[in-house]
Ligand binder design. Structure first.
Ligand code: FES
Length: 130
């Protein structure tokens, strides 16, 4: 069940290994963003490019967020073979009312790649605490 829109942020400026700074479109992050954007995705998903999520040492970095849910940041996604995993995990996130994907259901790359989770912002935080 998907009731609110899920945002998938993708850091387009992430670089793997010795990748050059230019051209920016060739960076691993930009390639992963293109890979995800070219896929037919659930209408409840928005794939949004962002320049740096401050996890630069674990490229490529992505994030999941939605109103009223915990937000997650994940790293370590190689651009050419991560789209399926990311979209499968995004579906699990979308299906979880609070955004907390049960551990045993998480794809391995999601288990290994988690960097941070952030509680819902106001006004949802107060509602969740009551
Ligand atoms: S460049 Fe991707 S997280 Fe900073």
């Amino acid at each position: 069940m998907t009731s609110v829109r899920t945002t998938i942020h993708v850091c387009t400026t992430c670089r793997l290994g010795d990748e050059p700074l230019e051209p920016k479109e060739a960076r691993s992050g930009a390639r992963l963003y293109r890979e995800l954007s070219q896929r037919r995705v659930h209408e409840g998903f928005e794939i949004i490019p962002v320049e740096c999520l401050s996890v630069c040492k674990r490229p490529v970095t992505i994030g999941f967020s939605a109103p009223g849910k915990w937000s997650y940041i994940y790293g370590d996604f190689p651009p050419e073979r991560s789209a399926e995993t990311i979209l499968a995990a995004a579906q699990l996130y979308a299906d979880a009312p609070d955004g907390l994907i049960p551990w045993r259901e998480r794809p391995d790359a999601i288990k290994r790649g988690v960097v941070a989770r952030v509680p819902p912002a106001l006004p949802y935080a107060r509602e969740a605490a009551e």
